[in-house]
Design a binder for this molecule. Structure first.
Ligand SMILES: [Zn+2]
Length: 266
């Protein structure tokens, strides 16, 4: 089944061109492009993690969304910009220009079909910058096209209540949050026996500079981690994953409703 986590009636590729041509209120129909990556996520998680999270959270949110709100999921863009994981086999990366072009050209097709609201739902921490540039460029070219560059985890959610402070700050890749939510979404693909606890090493001490945050330095994963994990995957549980999935998808229901109501200031 091609739709995977997405409810079939919310899966854009299942529509016909006549369905799309005759759709009512296309101006406010929310079209969502899930974006992920195919990149290493440590010895215990499959390379499809970020794509799985986009699709899993979106599918759950769309299954809770009221029928009165028109919203559709496009097929996931599995490939992203993942060159920070250079050297770990299996990582497949587009360069920034290619990714920008793919998003721009997809958006133009959606615009030509008559839609005026497009959400870029990204779960990969290595590409929010590209997605923000794409959104601004598309909106500048088509001012009546509302574009929303979103990061999946940024909706209100309970992560801060169930994940440690250290993990929230440094567990940025294949750690507790991602491993737990994968245990909820795709448990048969998680090898918990191989999960490790590895925080980034060699970070500057007593310095204004940090890995992420306000004054960062550019880094490659292999400079900071031997296993490809940045965080503690060993403490992940399905229970935490279920709670995260429930809460992040609730956040997305609220966000999709707000986008449906949104009117572009002008
Ligand atoms: Zn990830």
């Amino acid at each position: 089944m091609m739709h995977g986590f997405i409810p079939p009636k919310r899966y854009f590729p299942y529509l016909t061109w006549i369905d799309i041509q005759e759709m009512e209120d296309k101006a406010n129909t929310v079209i969502i492009q899930p974006l992920g990556a195919i990149e290493q996520h440590g010895p215990h998680l499959p390379i499809a993690v970020d794509s799985t999270i986009s699709l899993g959270v979106l599918g759950k949110a769309l299954s809770k969304l009221a029928d009165s709100i028109p919203a559709y999921s496009l097929p996931c863009l599995y490939y992203g910009k993942s060159n920070e994981h250079d050297g770990f086999p299996g990582t497949i990366t587009l360069n920034a220009t290619t990714l920008l072009s793919v998003i721009r050209e997809m958006a133009e097709s959606i615009y030509q079909a008559g839609f005026r609201k497009l959400v870029l739902m990204n779960s990969h921490g290595g590409q929010p910058q590209i997605i923000e540039i794409a959104a601004r460029d598309i909106h500048q070219k088509y001012p009546d096209f509302a574009v929303f560059p979103m990061f999946t985890w940024r909706v209100p959610n309970i992560a801060a209540d169930i994940i440690t402070k250290q993990e929230l700050e440094y567990g940025i890749h294949a750690g507790d949050a991602e491993t737990s939510i994968m245990l909820s979404l795709l448990p048969e693909q998680v090898k918990m026996a191989k999960a490790v606890n590895e925080y980034p090493s060699g970070l500057p001490q007593d310095s204004l500079l940090s890995m992420e945050g306000k004054l960062p330095f550019a880094w490659l994963t292999r400079e900071l981690s031997k296993t490809g994990v940045m965080g503690d995957a060993t403490v992940a549980t399905k229970e935490k994953g279920d709670m995260l999935l429930e809460s992040v998808s609730d956040g997305w229901v609220q966000l999709i409703q707000d986008i449906y109501q949104f009117r572009q200031p002008n």
